[in-house]
Design a protein around this ligand. Structure first.
Ligand SMILES: O=C(O)C1=C[C@@H](OP(=O)(O)O)[C@@H](O)[C@H](O)C1
Ligand SMILES: C=C(OP(=O)(O)O)C(=O)O
Length: 409
């Protein structure tokens, strides 16, 4: 579905939006509840990625197709490897067969797993024959994707002797590793993370525990961008959020201060308000800890006519698409002066935005959602708009609550 999007022009936006649960917290919680039936989950994400995860966890034999869901691919690889008696071919979309997984497979094999590549070595699909993992120590490179580490940590308490991980190289996306350990702690699993060493204790069962998933902070980023592109005085309320988040993308609160956006916490919600114009003409950020908000920030800067230099983007090339190339192509169509390397993005100031440009989304939900706020400045077309269901199926209807006009073409 292709849509034409225009913003609410001069009308002041005011709305309360309830965003679905974090897909990262949901997919971890689902796996833990499969290992420990005493766990109940609240505010589970209604995303495609959480649905394929939930479905995959119910299967023990045959083919499991996780479509575009990176976390489901990586987390289920660990899960099935340690699930005695399972015999699974774990596969996904064409793009998933291009997203590397060798680091995780090697680590699991080191622990005793039986995994083989069905097609290209180092990539899905995988044939996994579940068995008891006998060893409890492994080291693995930590600079490519934290999902490999989280996958191992999630099964760690179910292993007889727990697990010790030695992380080699510069650790990327660290808050996601801490999120995994945070959820383990919520179900009573002891762990430590010191320097490059993580230790997780074994746990045989969990008494009835409820995991309440906080709403998704990456999804909140699109509303931060809308507010940043609005007039001073604009305020949007988002729920359900809390001050002590497990999600690294909650750093948005700090990043968007530079765009004049203030965040205040109420009971289970945040109010985000434009209180001033952007305080500087050049935005600089290292996003190694929050890669999923890179697209949002780049587009906000372009929409505000600011320059920016974003670094720490080395993981963007292996996500749903090569996000650095995709940003380069689509922002250039809109008139941006942009350059990218394999780990950074630089935008120089431009004053005009080309109208009615059709943005390609490359099977990447974040391409559609990151560009949508530009409708505050110009009318825009989004190709393959339903790609948003990967993490946020209600995105377009929530924009309509803010008086955006969403027309199917
Ligand atoms: O563990 C997770 O839930 C995630 C980790 C990050 O991936 P990388 O560690 O590969 O950067 C992030 O980009 C992804 O959307 C979700
Ligand atoms: C990278 C992402 O997801 P995944 O790796 O789980 O496919 C994302 O949601 O931005």
């Amino acid at each position: 579905m292709k849509i034409h999007l225009s913003g609410p022009n001069n009308k002041l936006l005011a709305a309360t939006i309830k965003i679905t649960g974090s897909k990262s917290e949901s997919n971890r919680s689902l796996l833990l509840s499969a290992l420990y039936p005493g766990i109940e989950i609240k505010n589970l994400s209604n995303s495609d990625d959480a649905q394929v995860m939930e479905k995959g966890l119910r299967i023990k034999e045959g083919t499991v197709d996780i479509h575009h869901a990176g976390t489901a691919m990586r987390f289920l690889t660990g899960y099935f490897a340690a699930l005695e008696g399972s015999d699974i071919v774990l596969t996904g979309s064409k793009r998933m067969t291009e997203r590397p997984i060798r680091i995780l497979v090697d680590a699991l094999k080191e622990l005793g797993a039986d995994i083989s590549y069905v097609k290209a070595a180092g990539y899905p699909p995988l044939r996994i024959k579940g068995k008891k993992l006998v060893r409890n120590k492994v080291s693995l490179p930590a600079n490519v994707s934290s999902q490999y580490i989280s996958s191992l940590l999630l099964i760690a308490p179910s292993l007889k002797n727990g697990l010790e991980l030695e992380l080699v190289g510069k650790i990327t996306s660290v808050p996601y590793i801490k999120m995994t350990l945070g959820l383990l702690s919520e179900i009573g699993v002891q762990s430590s993370f010191e320097g490059n060493l993580i230790k997780v204790e074994t746990k045989s069962d969990v008494n009835s525990t409820t995991l309440v998933v906080e709403s998704d902070w990456s999804s909140a980023s699109y509303f931060y961008s809308i507010v940043a592109l609005s007039k001073v005085g604009t305020e949007i309320i988002l729920s359900a959020y809390k001050e002590n988040s497990l999600q690294g993308d909650s750093v948005l609160q700090e990043v968007y201060k530079d765009f004049g956006v203030e965040t205040s916490f109420g009971e289970n919600q945040i109010a985000i308000k434009k209180i001033a114009e952007a305080s500087q003409s050049k935005i600089q950020c290292d996003l190694a800890n929050a890669p999923d908000i890179a697209q949002t920030i780049a587009v906000t800067c372009f929409g505000l006519g600011l320059s920016c230099h974003l670094v720490g983007l080395h993981t963007l090339k292996i996500k749903e698409t090569d996000r650095l190339e995709a940003l380069h192509t689509e922002l250039t169509k809109l008139g941006a002066d942009i350059s990218v390397t394999d780990k950074s993005l630089t935008l120089n100031i431009t004053n005009a935005i080309n109208m009615d440009v059709a943005i390609d989304t490359y099977n990447d939900h974040r391409m559609a959602m990151a560009f949508a706020p530009l409708a505050m400045r110009t009318s825009i077309v989004i190709n393959d708009a339903m790609v948003v269901t990967k993490s946020y199926p209600d995105f377009w209807s929530d924009l309509q609550k803010l008086q955006f006009q969403v027309k199917e073409l």
